[in-house]
Design a protein around this ligand. Sequence first.
Ligand code: PAF
Length: 282
Amino acid sequence: MVVYTDKESLTPFILSKKNNSKKIGFVPTMGALHKGHLSLVKTALDQNDVVVVSIYVNPTQFDNLKDLENYPRIPVKDQQFLEQLSGDIVLYVPDNKDIYGRAVDSMNFRFDGLEHQMEGAHRDGHFDGVGTILTLLFEIVQPDMAYFGEKDFQQLQIVRKLVEKNSIPVQIIGCPIVRENNGLAMSSRNKRLSKKEFKEAAFIYETLSEVRSKFSSTSINKLKLLVKERFLHHDYLKLEYFEIANESTLVPAIRKRKDNKYRAFIAVHCGEVRLIDNVALP
Ligand code: PAF
């Protein structure tokens, strides 16, 4: 596997592929790779001539220094994980200086209101950080297609808006959530859960599944109360938010309207670890 640690050496490689009309697929990650990432990389390998995976824990998208410090970092394992999948993957592992130069700062973005909902309301500056890093990475990697998991569904919609508003010539592909056997959505943060917490966290998807099965017959208000009630006395899980929102605007819904597509979104604290998940509603 070829590994690039700076854009100066990656750029000539990218340009040579582009000059030969090779299609470049890109999977940006923050490492601590799991089967969810694997499915993104596999899809990218199927659809492109060259696949670049980046591993970079982007400081500007963290609103909490402790969360940034505790974010799992397992670079050797990550590389082995990718090597097992395909020796053809190109790995880009920049440092802060390569990405940001001297000032590790965010740019400011407007995403037509998508940024104010849910994660945006609970994580100050998060989507400015995501918009910044992806703008920079897209400039460096110049991908034809870029792959994002639906676990971060709000991020996926924001990335779509980012490329649309800034005319970035990349096709954004959303890929389905991959789940653990107990239903918990795969996430790098799961690595920080104790065995007991991991088991208890299955309750998140159990609750979302219940919401999905009751959605057609129950009002949104009642569903919200039901979820609140479920978490109220849970020993391990603390509910941060639960919303049923329009899939494209992400505006929380009060009443169901025909022809609108909805999703249920949830954020939960399990000990020190913050987990998010979502499901499409029928
Ligand atoms: O989803 C992630 O892992 C990150 O937000 C991303 C897209 C790699 C940007 O840092």
